[in-house]
Design a protein around this ligand. Structure first.
Ligand SMILES: O=C(O)CCC(=O)C(=O)O
Ligand SMILES: [Fe+2]
Length: 209
């Protein structure tokens, strides 16, 4: 039975947007993540997701779906613009970009004229970010939890990395029966959108007209 969460996680429409942003034919689900940030939580450290996924591909996108309106003081997801921005910051001493790196990061953004988008989200607004997109989220300064659903999709045909690490995540949990180096095609990672299936369906319909 489909739960209302599945309506989002397995949504063809959301997966299609991820697929089109990636310019790939089809995407599969990696995982969905319910993120509850309690009141008074500190900033989510600046990072990009690539190293946190055990997927041997950069064709990975995450849909981040607020479950309530998120004004600035509630800590919306925040992006440093530009797909290559991560290259400017990856050599900083700490990989965690905690508060001690904040000044250094702000300096880099200012020197390189990199805009930072920390705008609020209305309910119904969704953001999509590429696995190399550099992002953070502000501290939660209201007395409500900040709830969001983050769903990650990857290009159909991608493989599990050949040497998973602690950082690249619990692949056994999200990709049971898939071994390092194998194509990720298990039942936990369904194709959520395929342009090829859509074209095939259109062909059948045209033929029957
Ligand atoms: O919601 C957050 O604070 C961080 C989420 C995030 O980093 C992600 O979805 O990739
Ligand atoms: Fe992230």
């Amino acid at each position: 039975m489909m739960s209302s969460c599945d309506n989002f996680v397995l949504s063809k429409r959301i997966a299609q947007i991820a697929s089109e942003l990636l310019c790939v034919q089809a995407v599969r689900l990696y995982h969905d993540n319910a993120l509850s940030k309690e009141p008074g939580c500190r900033r989510t450290p600046w990072h990009y997701d690539y190293h946190h996924f055990p997927i041997d591909s950069q064709n990975v996108f995450t849909a981040w779906i607020p479950l309530q309106p998120i004004p600035r003081e509630m800590g919306p997801l925040t992006f440093a613009a530009g797909i290559v921005t991560y290259k400017l910051v990856k050599d900083l001493a700490s990989n965690k970009f905690d508060s001690s790196d904040g000044k250094q990061l702000s300096q880099i953004f200012a020197d390189k004229l990199i805009p930072v988008d920390d705008g609020s989200f209305d309910l119904g607004e969704i953001s999509f970010h590429h696995t190399l997109s550099f992002h953070t989220a502000g501290a939660t300064r209201t007395n409500e939890s900040r709830m969001a659903l983050a769903t990650t999709y990857f290009e159909d045909g991608a493989r599990l990395v050949s040497s998973p690490t602690m950082i690249s995540g619990e692949f056994h949990k999200f990709m049971p029966a898939i071994e390092p180096g194998d194509i990720i095609d298990g039942e936990y990672n369904p194709v959520c959108y395929s342009r090829i299936d859509l074209l095939a369906k259109e062909n059948v319909m045209n033929r029957s007209l």
